[in-house]
Design a protein around this ligand. Structure first.
Ligand code: SIN
Length: 178
């Protein structure tokens, strides 16, 4: 939604939930319908490298799904930062964002990495996702921390995403001393 000040809502569902690094005018718990979070996008620049990509979340269409996250109301200049941060395969996608606490429904955008982008990795069995993530690291830190911070943030918001929590559970098992 473009309001009087030219600001726009951005829905964050991955690292944008727990690591902002940009200014915003408002920040609200929120949800988008018809999308589900999946660790199907490769990361060459944050949680992996071009030679050994990590895995990060994207949204994939799923008719009855609801994905919860955080909506930020931002001024236009913030898109210079966001477009650069999400440059590894993500594109701005218009979405309808429901603000959890106020019930408002706003037009906005979210960053989605669609199938076919150069860094896309696609689905894999959960065990393979966990092993891949446990072994990956990039300039923004370990791929495991990306998953665990996302899982903790969702939990702190009172939200649960089975795909994220199952992955976090398996990763914690790998790191448990034997
Ligand atoms: C997002 O957080 O909304 C996009 C994916 C990411 O940067 O982790």
């Amino acid at each position: 939604m473009v309001d009087r000040r030219g600001s726009t809502w951005v829905f964050g569902y991955g690292s944008l939930i727990y690591k902002t690094g940009f200014d915003f005018l408002r920040c609200e718990r929120a949800a988008v319908r018809g999308w589900q979070r999946r660790f199907w996008q490769g990361s060459h620049d944050h949680r992996g490298t071009p030679e050994a990509p990590g895995r990060v979340v994207t949204l994939v269409p799923a008719a009855r799904a609801v994905c919860t996250g955080i909506a930020y109301l931002v001024e236009p200049a913030v898109f210079d930062y966001l477009d650069h941060r999400e440059k590894n395969g993500y594109r701005r996608q218009p979405v309808e964002i429901a603000l959890t606490d106020t019930g408002e429904v706003c037009a906005g955008v979210t960053y989605i990495a669609q199938e076919g982008n150069p860094a896309y990795l696609g689905p894999a069995p959960m065990e393979e996702l966990a092993r891949h993530i446990a072994a990956s690291r990039g300039p923004s830190g370990s791929n495991m921390d990306y998953v665990l911070e996302l899982a903790e943030s969702l939990e702190a918001m009172g939200e649960r995403d089975e795909h994220v929590s199952e992955l976090a559970r398996r990763l914690k098992e790998f790191s448990r001393p034997v």
